[in-house]
Design a protein around this ligand. Sequence first.
Ligand code: GLA
Length: 454
Amino acid sequence: MSCELSVAAVPEEGDCPQWVAQPDVAARARLLGERFKRAYGRPPVGVWAAPGRANLMGEYTDFSGGMCLPFAHQYVTLTAAAPRTDGLLRARSLQDADESVADERLREVRVVDVAPGAVGGWFGYAAGVAWGMDRVATGRSAHPVAVPELALAPGFGADLMVDSTVPIGAGLASSAALECSVALALFSLSTGDDDPDDALRRALARACMDAENYIVGANTGGLDQTASLRSHAGETLALDCRDFDVANLPAEPAAAGLTWLAVDTRAPHRLADGQYSSRRAECEAAAAVLGVDRLRDALPEHPTDDDAAAALGRFDALVADGAPLDGDPEGVRLRLRHSLTEMVRSVRIADELATPDADWSLVGRLLVAGHESMRLDCQVSVPELDAAVAACLDAGALGAKVVGGGFGGSVLALAPADDLDALARSVCATFAEHGFRDPLFLTLQPSPAGRRIL
Ligand code: GLA
């Protein structure tokens, strides 16, 4: 990897705070084009980029039909691509997902051979998208209608090269950024359409979800892919995961002197394997006790704290009456309480952001309540995340919470913009006291969805 490309260089310990550089997407795209040409002996037809996401609220509720409030941030994954006519999908990456080193080894599969279990590692995320597009095109996916525009013609293939500026393993959705940039590239090569409308983007997001659920084998819920493909600059999505309808809400706190800050704790992922799936299974077990298909259906259209308490009370009464429950009763109850209260918090933040003069201190308090629920009820926090939240709040942030799936990764803070460095220094001091690795800091801007760059 040339040094121009190594933005994600691991900093020296003791050099805290370290700010992750703002990505120069145009320069990265040009360099990627050159690397593509060197590797494949011809230039790419184009370069497409798709962002990672942050999420204000609605963690671990997308698969339960809850409302999530994600925004795309400015860190993107880039895919350079050119078509083939022999049905082969070939790919190289300028990153190695595990070791953060250059790895331009060629991966290769016939598009028709992509299937669950057939493609592993990072290439599974990319190749899985072609498989997912075919499912959506032919109506075999959970997408409500077949979308023939996503069909890849017989013999369709592509050469791909990817490069990412999204920190990997930081809870900022690097996987979705990879899937979604590949999806935009394949869709454009196949149809010539560089600017898919929202309906097509929704279908492409479903194809990426299918790639992740069935080819990669991660049972995730669609929050990340939707944010990556359907976001708008300066706004957060109000994403209704019952039907993946979206509305856009202002999420730019700069006028109030605030900014979105991510603290990447760099905490090692502990026990993460299987923990996400078990949380989802517990939510499904709670829904079965309540007699609903998904937990969102246990609440009314505009839920309040009282509605959440009432649904929890119904669950307790049903269990006391001997309703069968699949799993550890205490774990299932905690996951239910997280889901219900999180769904209410999402609606409250969405209501607040929709008012002309959003009360950011209220939003901040709801973020903190969200973190507490992720810690105590969803049980996906780790000491580094809790310490980062506490340190941000002590240093003047209005709110802070773990973002995404937890078990390491990042905290999203709503912080005063005028002295971010002081806030970061105080997080560094807290981490040093605990003997944690130095964290990394990123300012996040609500950014547009994936698009063609070159
Ligand atoms: C991961 C998953 C998402 C979502 C979040 C938690 O990011 O990919 O689908 O469930 O965790 O909110």
